[in-house]
Design a protein around this ligand. Sequence first.
Ligand code: HEM
Length: 155
Amino acid sequence: MAPSYGSCPVCDLMLFASKTGGHDAASMVSTLWFWLAFGLTVVLLVAAICTGLSKRRRLHLWLGPLTMLSLVVTIVLTEKLMLRYDFPADLKAIHLPCAKAGGLLALPVIITGLLLWRREQWRRWHRGALVVWLVSVLLATSTGLWMFAHGSLRG
Ligand code: HEM
């Protein structure tokens, strides 16, 4: 019997990965780059949080901006991947505002980070902006994966 979504999270992820894999070489290459950028962003994000919390400022001032840069690359690659798919209009209408919010809410993190660099009083603002941004990124990622799971590769 063909596997279906919803049975177990690991199977869902594997099924999703194979679904986004496409059939031709160009599809597979853009999918590979997308997953590499996505993985790198997650690693950088965790490292930025750890160095921020442990006050390793010099390293954090590299990892914070690199996280943002990696996120931008991932978004560009996602847009490219999306061109190969047709998505249900209702799921797209849910995902797009979440994705835009995730992008826009990165700005307060950057601004408060720069202010905190100069003045300690911005610490709780940086932390607050980060929590809001992380929630929006989680929402954008989960609705994005949901949308891809229901998308169909263009023939
Ligand atoms: C992009 C530009 C960013 C700048 C300029 C910046 C700057 C800073 C600075 C100066 C600190 C204080 C470090 C210390 O105590 O010595 C800090 C703390 C912190 N940053 Fe960033 N950051 C940025 C992005 C990020 C990102 C992307 C994340 C998470 C993914 C992050 C998470 C944190 C956390 C968790 C703290 C600790 C806050 C606390 O102690 O309450 N930052 N950041």
